[in-house]
Ligand binder design. Structure first.
Ligand code: ACM
Length: 616
């Protein structure tokens, strides 16, 4: 609490310019801010730690009361959000807030395996998580492409499996303490038995197929290499490795993966096939259940409860295994909790799929399944996790892939189910986004920086006009281009934001119709005319040549919109031939170019439809 108080005072004084006292007020009656923590916290923050708080602000003082230090931390973030500025100075409104989270598990997965995300980048994002009251950082520490933890027992894991980028044990301890100081648990994941190619570069003897295994840097396709679940030396190895890593992470949970086993290397190995037959196993799923049970016993020996990626076809998983639900199947989550397992929900929160804040915000962890569950079963859904799979994320652009959308997800996990007004969310998201920038997050600053580097000049206004209405392709649409971990992520698609605010706001103006026609016209003129400055800029940098068609489309689509406005002004339905010609143009402009989408196409279509009708 002392560290948190010092941070809070510092943030207040930076924000307001007030010189605030560094230490506590000795006369309690005079204190203007009272932090009242009723109990000591848990030695190791658990999923059930009480995070509630009560904040009362009167003209005399602000009084923050909470049962635990973690509750005080949550209340401090609320207090900091309430500080308002006007021409007279700064104030906090008089309020009484009784607050507690809807879900105890509000996480963010960061995949540090596919692209290396170092500790300083994680720390600034931990600050952002704390600001929006998230409480679990799930570190996906290994995958086919890399192994990112220093193992002293099995040093070839990081020496041969990481390209030199991994967390030392000391760095992890420091990172965990940093998160702990902000009320955030850190849960490790070592994904197994598949997603383990990087392990076999140093230790091919534990694989199901003979080596050697070179580091496989492909960021596409499922990879076949898999641990051999039939050999005892594999479990001896896992006992050593899990024991070592479990010792670094104080949290009660250890995620052991379990997703996307292709089974190909199992089925091609006669010894594994014979083992399955001897043990009356009918399928790869049975063998995987056997493996999961063995790993569960090892983790339990080291004091950990396991989490696995939920898989429908693996019956026989005991109720103490926490399911990380990432599927889409209707009713599967309900089946899982009905079977007695607790679950966290990642499905619908994959930030790498480049969906809108609205999409994630509307996705409730309990979803449509809630109605079929008893209240007791509903409490087994502990919460959810946003996932940042890092195929297309680097330290440079990860903040823009996380923020501000992650704040909308954080609200979904914290606030009551009936808080779901999307317009209100977007209005507040813009404010929170600025708040997060002031904490040091780079989701806006690195965007500008990347545009300037791509253009080779700081004069990038025209490029920004284009980039502001582009989004990367959605739903893994970049996978077909066969990236590896060595492919530089230095193109326009890597800079543009996952959700274009400019296009979203334009679409809303169009939807509202005639009252906005002057604003719409001015905006369309800017887009039509930006080409004059933009095309030469794109031509002068080889990194931007591929984006010339997007600049042409922006201009042409804007021209269609202006023509539509012209017909609407005249009050006559637009001619069919015009409409058909524009439709061809818009259909082409709607296709991805350079792995990006031009987000003004749909609102301009709406304008064209209005023009065809002859009325708004
Ligand atoms: C996953 O997305 N393979 C868990």
């Amino acid at each position: 609490m002392e560290a948190a108080t010092a941070r809070m005072i510092r943030r207040l004084s930076v924000k307001t310019g007030f010189s605030l006292p560094g230490g506590p007020e000795p006369d309690a009656a005079k204190a203007t801010l009272v932090l009242d923590c009723q109990h000591a916290g848990e030695a190791v923050q658990s999923v059930r730690e009480d995070e509630s708080y009560h904040l009362a602000v009167t003209p005399q003082r602000a009084h923050l009361t909470a049962p635990t230090p973690v509750g005080v931390l949550r209340g401090m973030e609320t207090f900091l959000q309430l500080v308002e500025r006007d021409s007279q100075g700064f104030s906090v409104p008089s309020v009484r807030i009784d607050d507690h989270p809807r879900f105890p598990w509000r996480g963010l997965l960061i995949d540090v395996a596919r692209h290396w995300i170092p500790a300083d980048v994680l720390k600034r994002n931990i600050d952002g998580m704390a600001a929006v009251k998230l409480n679990v950082l799930h570190l996906h520490l290994s995958d086919d492409q890399s192994f990112r933890v220093e193992s002293r027992k099995y040093p070839l894991l990081q020496e041969k499996g990481s390209d030199g980028h991994y967390f030392t044990q000391a760095e992890l301890k420091d990172l965990i303490a940093y998160a702990r100081d902000r009320g955030i648990r850190v849960v490790p994941e070592l994904d197994m038995p598949a997603h383990t190619t990087s392990w076999f570069v140093g230790y091919p003897q534990y694989a199901s197929a003979p080596g050697p295994y070179p580091l496989d840097r492909r960021l596409y396709d499922l990879h076949d290499p898999t641990l051999d679940p039939t050999r005892e030396e594999v479990y001896t190895f896992l006992d050593g490795l899990l024991g070592e890593v479990a010792g670094l992470f104080p949290d009660a949970y250890f995620h052991v993966g379990g997703d996307e086993v292709t089974g190909r290397h199992w089925n091609a190995n006669p010894r594994i096939v014979a083992f399955m037959k001897d043990h009356s196993m009918k399928s790869d799923d049975d063998l995987q259940t056997y493996f999961t049970l063995r790993v569960r016993a090892i983790a339990q020996k080291h004091g950990k409860q396991i989490i696995i990626w939920h898989k429908t076809q693996t019956p026989g998983i005991p109720a103490d295994v926490l399911m990380d639900y990432w599927g889409q199947g209707a009713g599967e989550l309900a089946d899982t909790v009905r079977a007695g397992n607790a679950a966290i929900v990642s499905s619908g929160y994959y930030l790498d799929l480049i969906r809108s804040a609205e999409f994630h915000y509307r996705n409730d962890p309990l979803g449509d399944d809630a109605a079929s569950l008893t209240p007791e079963q509903q409490t087994r859904v502990l919460g959810g996790e946003a996932c940042a799979w890092s195929e297309w994320m680097t330290p440079e652009n990860i903040d823009s892939r996380l923020w501000p959308r992650l704040a909308a997800i954080a609200e979904r996990f914290w606030s009551p189910q009936d808080v779901r007004d999307v317009d209100s969310m977007y209005g507040r998201l813009a404010v929170v986004s600025n708040h997060l920038r002031s904490l040091g997050l780079t989701h806006v600053s690195n965007y500008q920086l990347m545009l300037e580097r791509l253009a080779g000049t700081s004069d990038v206004d025209s490029l920004r006009t284009l980039a502001d209405v582009l989004e990367p392709v959605k739903n893994g649409g970049r996978e077909q281009y066969h990236y590896t971990t060595l492919t530089p992520l230095n193109r326009l698609v890597d800079a543009v934001r996952p959700e274009s605010d400019t296009a979203r706001i334009f679409a809303r103006q169009v939807k509202q119709g005639r009252e906005n026609q002057d604003t719409i016209r001015r905006q369309l003129q800017v887009w039509r005319d930006c080409r004059k400055a933009l095309t030469p800029l794109l031509m002068q940098s080889v990194l931007l040549h591929e984006d010339v068609p997007l600049a042409e489309d922006l201009s042409a689509v804007a021209q269609s919109g202006l023509e539509a406005l012209g017909y609407l002004d005249a009050g006559n339905p637009a001619p069919q031939a015009w409409w058909e010609e524009q439709t061809v143009l818009l259909d082409l402009a709607a296709k991805p170019h350079a792995e990006m989408l031009l987000m003004i196409v749909n609102p301009v279509r709406t304008l064209m439809e209005a023009a065809r009708r002859g009325s708004w």
